[in-house]
Design a protein around this ligand. Structure first.
Ligand code: FES
Length: 143
């Protein structure tokens, strides 16, 4: 019997909204898939595009960046920078052959524990559809 592929998703969550939303989902005992490894950052604007590349090189099959809703950023405009930066990055990854289903952004507030669950389910489902990601693995790159 063939084992089902379980993707490894790395999620960068801003401290003030999305991390609190994920925490709320946990304290509310909302069940969601365990495929997401959360990295807390102070703001979605803090996420450097190299963090995404590094995650993909080190074993992630999908990446999620999540922050406060536009207009709610704790640092006023960090998520605006993130939205513009990662919109471009998604196109760049697509250009170099990375399936766009592997790269996701979302806005989840501290009160949206159920939305967090929905986001995780969608991101994990897309990563499953895209399959295992081997393209950027460090040992596969010929420098
Ligand atoms: Fe949450 Fe900036 S503090 S996105």
């Amino acid at each position: 019997m063939k084992e089902q592929f379980e993707p490894n998703v790395v999620a960068f969550l801003c401290n003030w909204c999305s991390y609190a939303g994920a925490d709320l989902a946990g304290t509310s005992r909302v069940q969601y898939q365990p495929n997401v490894n959360i990295i807390r950052v102070m703001c979605s604007g803090r996420v450097n595009p190299l963090f995404v590349i590094n995650a993909l090189q080190q074993g992630a099959d999908g990446v999620l960046i999540s922050g406060c809703h536009p207009g709610d950023c704790h640092y006023i405009e960090g998520n605006f920078y993130a939205r513009r930066r990662f919109g471009l990055m998604k196109e760049l990854l697509d250009y170099v052959g990375v399936d766009p289903r592997r790269f996701n952004m979302s806005w989840v507030s501290a009160s949206e524990g159920n939305k967090w669950k929905d986001v995780v389910e969608e991101v994990v489902e897309k990563a499953k559809e895209a399959g295992p990601f081997e393209q950027f693995r460090r040992n596969k790159i010929n420098w």
